[in-house]
Design a protein around this ligand. Structure first.
Ligand code: NAD
Length: 316
C-alpha cells in the first residue's frame, strides 16, 4: 500500500491533486507538505512544513511517515522566476535533484515531477509541437524545466529511478489561486467576470496558448503514475494537451453566460513570455503509450468554472 509525500501541496495543482490522492489512497496515506500551510490542504489530512531545497528535512519526513512515493510540485513559476532567477533555480532544480537522489538511494520507489510547455522556445515549431523537437527556452523557468527533464531522464537511465513527468500546459482551476505563471490571467478572468463584470488582460486578445482544465490535469497525473513502468517510454517528460485558447476566446465563451461581460487588453512583460511558447501541442505519444485522453474543452470548462465559482462567490 502506497504512502505518498506531496511537496508543494498548497499550490494551485497541489490543492486539487492532494485532495484526489487522499480520496483514492485514504487521507492518512497522503502527507501534504509545503513551505507555508494552507487551511484547504491541512484540514483534510496530515500536513508537514517542508523546504524542498533541504534534503535532510525530506529524508526525515520519509523515515517518519514510511513514504513510498514523492510528488514534487514545489516550484517558482514563469512570471515570478523572471524576478528571482537564483531562487527559481534553487527550488526548481536543487529541489528536483534532492528528490531524485532520495529515489536513487531507494528510499522511495517512484517520483512525479511536473515540467511545462515553457521548455519550448521561439525555435520550436509552434503548431502541434512534437514530443521531440527543438527546445530553446528563453525564460528562467523554461531553462530550469528543460534542465530538470534532462536530469529525470539521466536518473532513470543511469540509476534506474522510476521518475515520471508531464509537460503541463496552462492549468485552469476554480479551487486554488494560480501561483505566478504567465497563464494565470485565465483563472482571474472567470473570477472578475462574476465579481466585477469586466477584466483587463495582460496578454493580447489573440495570444493563443495550450490550456487544460484541472480535472484533466489530475486525471493525467494519476493515470501516468498508475501506469505499468514498461508503458512509460519517455522518462524526460510527456507532452499532454487538451485545447488552445486566447484571452479573446475565453471572453467569448464567458459572454455566452454573462452577456454584459467586457474585456480590454493591456499587454505587459508576460506577452513576450507567452509569444515564446507553442500555440498547440502534439500529445500523440502520451495518448498511444498510456492512453491519455482529455474530457474538457473550452465550452465545458467555462460552464463548470462559472457554476463552481458562482456557488463560492454568491452562496458562500
Ligand atoms: P504554485 O506556485 O501554485 O504552487 C507551488 C507551491 O510550491 C506553493 O504552494 C509554494 O509555497 C511551494 N514552494 C515554493 N518553494 C518551496 C520550497 N522551497 N519548498 C517547498 N515548497 C515550496 O504552482 P502550481 O501551479 O501548483 O504548479 C505545480 C507544478 O506544476 C510546478 O512544478 C509547476 O511548474 C508545474 N506547472 C504548473 C502549471 C500551471 O499552469 N499551474 C503549468 C505547467 C507546469
Amino acid at each position: 500500500m502506497e504512502k505518498i509525500l506531496v511537496i508543494g501541496a498548497c499550490g494551485q495543482l497541489g490543492t486539487d491533486l492532494t485532495g484526489e490522492l487522499r480520496r483514492v489512497f485514504g487521507r492518512d496515506r497522503v502527507i501534504a507538505s509545503d513551505l507555508k500551510a494552507s487551511s484547504d490542504v491541512m484540514k483534510y489530512g496530515p500536513f508537514e512544513t517542508l523546504d524542498v531545497t533541504k534534503i535532510n528535512s525530506i529524508i526525515d519526513l520519509i523515515k517518519k511517515h514510511e513514504i513510498t512515493q514523492i510528488y514534487n510540485l514545489a516550484s517558482i513559476l514563469s512570471a515570478k522566476a523572471e524576478q528571482n532567477a537564483k531562487l527559481a533555480w534553487d527550488v526548481n532544480i536543487t529541489g528536483l535533484l534532492n528528490t531524485l537522489e532520495i529515489a536513487r538511494e531507494k528510499r522511495v520507489q517512484r517520483v512525479f515531477w511536473p515540467s511545462s510547455i515553457a521548455v519550448f522556445g521561439p525555435g520550436t515549431p509552434s503548431d502541434h509541437t512534437p514530443q521531440v523537437t527543438i527546445m530553446d527556452p528563453k525564460t528562467v523557468y523554461g531553462i530550469s524545466k528543460l534542465a530538470g527533464e534532462r536530469w529525470c531522464e539521466y536518473y532513470h537511465d543511469h540509476y534506474d529511478v522510476d521518475v515520471r513527468s508531464l509537460r503541463y500546459p496552462g492549468l485552469i482551476s476554480h479551487s486554488a489561486p494560480p501561483g505566478g505563471g504567465t497563464t494565470d490571467y485565465a483563472v482571474d478572468m472567470y473570477h472578475k467576470a462574476l465579481k466585477e463584470g469586466s477584466f483587463v488582460s495582460y496578454l493580447a486578445e489573440d495570444t493563443s496558448l495550450p490550456f487544460m482544465y484541472m480535472n484533466d490535469a489530475i486525471k493525467a497525473t494519476m493515470q501516468l503514475m498508475e501506469a505499468e513502468a514498461n508503458c512509460i517510454k519517455v522518462r524526460s517528460s510527456y507532452n499532454v494537451g487538451a485545447f488552445s485558447i486566447s484571452p479573446g476566446d475565453i471572453a467569448t465563451s464567458i459572454k455566452e453566460h454573462i452577456p454584459d461581460f467586457t474585456i480590454s487588453y493591456r499587454p505587459d512583460y508576460r506577452q513576450r513570455i507567452a509569444e515564446s511558447w507553442p500555440h498547440s501541442i502534439d500529445d500523440s505519444v502520451a495518448r498511444k503509450e498510456w492512453g491519455w485522453q482529455h474530457d474538457f474543452d473550452l465550452k465545458k470548462m467555462t460552464r463548470d468554472m462559472l457554476e463552481k465559482l458562482d456557488n463560492l462567490t454568491f452562496r458562500g
